[in-house]
Ligand binder design. Structure first.
Ligand code: BGP
Length: 508
């Protein structure tokens, strides 16, 4: 008998900015990610918070930037421009390649790609809508019909095969003009803009899409407020303000969906990398609790429990940061609690009271001390299937709500030879993680409703902009410089995952 529930949602996950390409087609506006070049090893620093160097370069090259303390809504905005960049010529750094602008050209290949997902037996497909296709700058009063039509086509194509679309509303795709004009979610105006966008897509797609998520990895602002919240700043107070506005925006979306379309489920989405204490020294254990509180649990506590937790309020007060709470806000947070929790899980981290002398390694946006008991990926991310079971338990114990795993996977260099890709390392990774998830469900009683491995088809890496960091069951022939035929090939893991789905996780 399978250890997975009967209607378990097996599938795969992508995001518009990392796969669609066609960045100026059918009226799409520029999004924050369209300004980023291929970053070699990293497009973000691990400083808290960080501004991508590439975006600074991009802005400098426009020679139109004037720095001010006031945005056009009078709020605490870091800068504004005299003139906005000419949309017709956004490629300002001629010698640079902007990988997200072409990506894998899903925009023109979606039928072929969804057919391959169907062949693997996907029950669902987690994808995102590019906000800047629907409202190209974020500020329009009417949506862009051509953008809306594109997603109608994609959803119809999924539904034709019985694949349920599971949709992230904002996955690192904030319209760039929101950064220019109001410094993204640092401004409260962004809450209204998001609410308008959310209403538009709920109204349009509520018959076709039942599972939604508001902001991808909302806790990633800690490291990368620019791609997550469109905030151009290294001022921690503004980043906190942006996260607070995102909470409100998400809660308002949930309230609208519940009022108008009660059959919809709207989740939050949090990056999970829980911290193990480096040792059993009480100081290390305490360091782990604190790290988890501030890197992840604060965000899920607000969105799942509906209030600002005490540990965070105390911390903000100590730092002299005041959140811009207005009358009625706390009620919105309380009423707009998420229906389920979606997570990405790639690794665990290490918390230690004194990091001195210890080796560190890269991670999903944040650096961590090396765990000597674990192996690392080629990009230095630690591989920890047991940590996956631990994470699922930890979250279920905290909220007792369904969990949807919308990201997990191994970024690796694959070799295409004679039309084939042999990727036993990927199969091994998934076998162990799916097994650990089965234990969480079957032994521990955790309610996991689905699993969508990240980058089920190769796509642009978020942290590096590389194509060579591949996650997929499907290989796409394009390299880091954007050259290649864009032809799709099934990797060995394709047949393996098909079997996993066919047997509802029994045959690993
Ligand atoms: C998550 C993001 C994804 C994805 C994934 C893998 O943080 O939500 O967009 O890219 O990480 O990371 P990377 O692409 O950097 O390897």
């Amino acid at each position: 008998m399978s250890r997975f529930p009967e209607n378990f949602l097996w599938g795969g996950a992508t995001a518009a900015n990392q796969c669609e390409g066609a960045y100026r087609e059918d009226g799409k506006g520029l999004s924050v990610t369209d300004t980023l070049t291929c970053g070699g090893l990293s497009r973000h620093t691990c400083d808290i918070p960080s501004i991508p160097e590439q975006f600074k370069k991009y802005l400098a090259s426009l020679r139109m930037v004037t720095w001010t303390k006031q945005g056009e809504d009078g709020a605490s905005v870091a800068f504004k421009m005299d003139t906005y960049p000419d949309d017709a010529s956004p490629a300002v750094l001629e010698d640079e390649y902007y990988p997200n602008r072409q990506a894998i050209d899903f925009y023109h290949h979606y039928k072929e790609d969804i057919a391959l997902f169907a062949e693997m037996g996907f029950k669902c497909y987690r994808m995102s809508i590019a906000w800047s296709r629907i409202y190209p700058t974020g500020f329009e009063s009417e949506p862009n019909e051509a953008g809306l039509k594109f997603y109608d086509n994609v959803f119809d194509e999924c539904l034709k095969y019985g694949i349920r679309p599971v949709v992230t509303m904002s996955h690192y795709e904030i319209p760039l003009e929101m950064t220019y004009r109001i410094n993204g979610f640092a401004s409260r105006k962004a809450v209204d803009l998001f609410e308008k966008y959310a209403r538009t897509i709920f109204d349009r797609y509520h018959d076709k899409v039942k599972y939604w998520m508001t902001f991808n990895e909302i806790n990633s602002s800690v490291h990368s407020g620019f791609i997550n919240a469109g905030v151009f700043t290294n001022d921690i107070a503004l980043v906190e303000q942006a996260s607070y506005h995102q909470f409100l925006a998400a809660a308002k979306a949930v309230i609208y969906a519940h009022e108008h379309y009660p059959d919809l489920k709207v989740g939050c989405m949090i990056a999970q990398s829980p911290a193990y204490p480096y040792s059993c020294k009480p100081e290390d254990v305490m360091a782990g609790l604190i790290r988890d509180n501030f890197y992840a649990d604060y965000y899920s506590d607000v969105m799942m429990r509906g209030y600002l937790p005490e540990y965070k309020l105390k911390d903000l007060k100590r730092k002299g940061i005041e959140l811009p709470v207005q009358e009625g806000d706390l009620q919105i947070l309380e009423e707009g609690k998420a229906d389920y929790i979606a997570i990405s899980y790639y690794q665990t981290q290490i918390a230690v009271a004194d990091e001195k002398g210890l080796e560190t390694t890269a991670g999903n946006m944040s650096r961590t001390v090396v765990n000597p008991h674990l192996e690392k990926s080629e990009w230095g991310w630690m591989i920890d299937p047991v940590g996956f079971r631990f994470t699922l338990n930890r979250l279920y114990n905290r909220y007792h709500k369904s969990i949807l795993v919308v990201e997990n996977g191994l970024g690796a260099k694959d070799v295409l030879e004679d039309g084939q890709v042999h990727d036993p390392y990927r199969i091994d990774y998934f076998r162990k993680h799916i097994d650990a998830m089965a234990d969480a469900i079957d032994i521990d009683g955790v309610d996991v409703m689905g699993y969508t491995p990240w980058g089920c088809i190769d796509l642009i890496s978020c942290s590096t902009g590389q194509m060579s960091k591949r996650y997929g069951f499907i290989y796409v022939d394009v390299d880091d410089a954007g050259s290649g035929t864009l032809k799709r090939y099934k990797k060995d893991s394709f047949a393996w995952y098909k079997k996993v789905i066919e047997t509802n996780g029994e045959c690993l």
